[in-house]
Design a binder for this molecule. Structure first.
Ligand code: PLP
Length: 354
């Protein structure tokens, strides 16, 4: 890949890759050798550079630290058997980053800067894309306020960065979830549809309470009545009931997941009946009681598909059918993995070659 002409590239003197145990990667613990950075100053993106991964200097008054003026994305790169590196649907991430940017009074990031940054950084750190089965390189683009001003107002200066880290399979086991009927993640008119820092911090406490009760994560319900299902942790959630694939419709309380879109695209292509609509907690619980809830799973970049084995609601735990019996979620997981690894046809042009 050709680097942007005006990108400064400073490579690490000695790669850290020899210290990494690729058979045994812990999520988010090791970062690749390099980071990308760009500044937004005087209304322009400039100072594009790649340098060794290192600590940042930031004003203690930065609104990113005080008010959560920050947005991020998450996507993954995969290595094919012939050594080529591919990123899954990166065009969707820049689209979504810019939606988050508008909501947070941040400047949009031009696509060419994003793709130059992504291509050049991944080209330099291509050895960091692991080959072991189930692993990938997690890519974290983010933008944050770099103002030296503690007042609350739209920020003027920003930094765009990309860091990457090799990851193993995120959820090794099927998950137990609890349907939350007190705390909320997002409300209508809020920022739930954005990947902005300020949505995630407050979600940790309710999740921690559920974990203390033996659940892995929460299923969020709507902020008004706790009547409708929204998402599961930081994944979109889907159900197979009576043979139909059902998932909450998008809106401003739901993050428009790229995995969600990919799953729905495949399901429709295969001729499954798909419903995107409001999903009542009551109908999922009724289906579970009557044995009609065949499958439930979270969909997101980290796990791709996280099978849900148990749903807790108002003190009762509902056990779901064995994971081996789940036709749709197993098939969609296998197909997505195969597409990402170049083992199935990339019919929808989802792969971007580095
Ligand atoms: C990132 C995220 C998702 C999943 O989106 P993908 O693009 O599939 O990774 C779902 N819900 C929330 C709240 C998220 O932050």
């Amino acid at each position: 890949m050709i680097a942007t002409e005006n990108m400064d590239i400073k490579k690490i003197a000695q790669s850290k890759i020899g210290q990494v145990d690729f058979q045994n990667i812990q999520f988010g613990k090791v970062y690749s050798d390099h980071q990308f950075m760009a500044d937004y100053v005087d209304g322009q993106w400039k100072n594009l550079k790649i340098e060794p991964y290192e600590l940042l200097q930031i004003s203690p008054a930065s609104p990113a630290l005080h008010y959560g003026i920050s947005i991020f994305e998450g996507l993954k790169a995969y290595k094919h058997d012939n050594g080529d590196v591919f990123v899954f649907r990166p065009d969707k991430n820049i689209e979504r980053l810019n939606k988050s940017a508008i909501r947070m009074c941040m400047p949009e990031l031009p696509e060419n800067i994003y793709f130059d940054a992504l291509n050049t950084l991944l080209d330099i750190d291509r050895d960091w894309v692991p080959e072991v089965e189930g692993t990938s390189l997690y890519i974290r683009p983010f933008v944050f306020s770099n103002d030296d001003y503690i007042g609350i107002r739209p920020s003027q200066d920003f930094k765009f960065m990309i860091i990457t880290c090799p990851v193993g399979a995120y959820y090794a086991k099927p998950v137990k979830v609890k349907i939350e009927n007190h705390f909320v993640r997002a409300v209508e008119g809020g920022s739930g549809f954005c990947k902005t820092g300020c949505n995630y911090g407050p979600a940790i406490y309710p999740a921690k309470l559920a974990q203390e009760k033996g659940y892995d994560q929460l299923v969020w319900t709507d902020g008004k009545e706790h009547k409708y299902i929204e998402e599961s942790g930081t994944m979109n959630v889907m159900f197979v009931i009576d043979g139909k694939l059902i998932t909450p419709a998008l809106g401003d309380t739901i993050l428009a997941g790229i995995t969600r879109d990919s799953v729905l695209t495949l399901a429709r292509d295969w001729g499954y009946e798909v419903e995107e609509r409001k999903v009542e907690v009551a109908e999922v619980i009724a289906a579970a009681k009557e044995g009609r809830l065949q499958e439930a799973f979270g969909a997101g970049t980290a796990a791709t598909i996280a099978h849900i084995e148990m749903i807790g609601y108002e003190g009762t735990d509902y056990q779901l059918p064995a994971v081996e019996e789940r036709e749709f979620s197993n098939k969609v997981l296998k197909t997505l993995d195969d597409i990402k690894l170049g083992k199935a046809e990339d019919k929808f042009n989802w792969l971007h070659k580095i």
